[in-house]
Write a protein that binds this ligand. Structure first.
Ligand SMILES: [Mg+2]
Length: 364
């Protein structure tokens, strides 16, 4: 009877890679992107790998320490569900969200990669789905830079893979500035391109109600995170008063956060982030809940892994495409006709470019 291998060795590395276009939003400006790479080697020589992107390079030291702490408590166990149970029980005393969840997600995804490789299947097939295309939007630009540059960039973004949908970041001080940004993009791309907009939690509730209602006639596909992510009552108010569907969920820490938003009718769409939702195990649990609630679910970042998961998500909606981890991947995704297909190889969809990792390596 085949069995899962046991954890023999773990290597955690940190890199900082350049971004092709700087991220400029209400949460900050980033022209480089820190990544934590986790390799878990099993005693049958299978190596499961994962990456997480914690935004702040200086935060990597604490997350890496937590990854090592959790690994030490697993006693060699490589089954993702069991590992998550152990981690959640152990970390309960210091808080189950935040760094605890980020570290757990890094391990969970590497273990799922190992399970899929041992089964000889792409993750999507292991979960009962099939390899195939997922509808995607290009999220690689349209940050809050000068309105004069938005139109040209929007055209570039469409041609980077035949996209028909883009995400524009808003949350400027005045309504007129947000309208100017929307108009610049709309004039450049025409009427048949879907425009999602993201406020990155820029507004207070009162201002958000006013701003979102003022934008309701702009034909926007969704309005993302207008207010602080954990303002449940505020989101319920927005979802009731704004006609354009509300999108949020990239800051959900585990499936119970979605449960709370479902119970409060506080959002129309959700887009969990693999690092914060609790890895692949957290995604599976959340997607079941989204399915039961009839809420359409997209991803936040991690397109290589999310492409597998969206093919196994009953209410799958849009894949958010970014290429921010591509510098250290040997087989980055290639968008075609506005779609992405998960890598058709055993595992969760990533493989390292070791020479690039050496080039971008940083100590923490
Ligand atoms: Mg967002």
């Amino acid at each position: 009877m085949p069995q899962l291998g046991r954890i023999k060795n773990v290597v955690v590395r940190t890199v900082v890679v350049p971004l092709r276009r700087a991220v400029i939003a209400d949460i900050g400006k980033f022209d480089h992107w820190p990544l934590i790479l986790t390799d878990i080697e099993l005693d049958n020589d299978v190596v499961g790998i994962s990456y997480i992107a914690p935004y702040r390079a200086k935060a990597m030291a604490s997350i890496v320490a937590e990854i090592r702490d959790i690994i030490g408590q697993l006693s060699g166990c490589s089954a993702p569900f069991d590992a998550v149970q152990v981690a959640q029980k152990a970390l309960n005393v210091i808080g189950v969200s935040g760094v605890s969840t980020l570290a757990t997600a890094a391990i969970d995804m590497a273990l799922w990669d190992a399970v899929a490789k041992q089964a000889g299947l792409p993750l999507v097939c292991l979960l009962g789905g099939s390899v195939g295309p997922v509808r995607a939007y290009n999220s690689n630009g349209l940050w809050r830079h000068s309105v004069d540059t938005l139109g040209e960039e929007a055209k570039e973004l469409l041609t980077e893979g035949g996209f028909t949908a883009l995400k524009l970041r808003l949350g400027n001080e005045h309504l007129e500035q947000d309208l100017a940004a929307i108009n610049a993009v709309r004039e450049a791309v025409g009427d048949h391109v879907d425009i999602m907009v993201d406020f990155n939690q820029a507004l207070g509730l009162g201002d958000a109600i006013r701003r979102c209602c003022d934008l309701d006639d702009q034909g926007l596909y969704w309005i993302e995170e207008p207010i602080l992510y954990n303002n449940l009552i505020g989101y319920a108010e927005l979802a009731k008063r704004v006609s354009t569907p509300i999108q949020m969920g990239e800051n959900f820490y585990g499936e119970r956060d979605l449960m709370n938003f479902v119970r409060a009718n506080a959002t129309q769409y959700v887009m969990p982030d693999l690092m914060r939702i609790g890895g692949i195990t957290g995604w599976i649990r959340t997607s079941g809940l989204a399915s039961a609630a009839g809420i359409q679910m997209s991803n936040h970042l991690y397109p290589e892994i999310s492409a597998h998961l969206l093919r196994a998500t009953p209410t799958a909606h849009w894949l958010e495409y970014v290429d921010w981890a591509s510098p250290i991947l040997s087989k980055p995704l290639e968008p075609r006709n506005g779609q992405l297909s998960p890598l058709n190889e055993p595992g969760i969809g990533i493989a390292w470019n070791e020479s690039a990792i050496a080039k971008y390596s940083v100590a923490v």
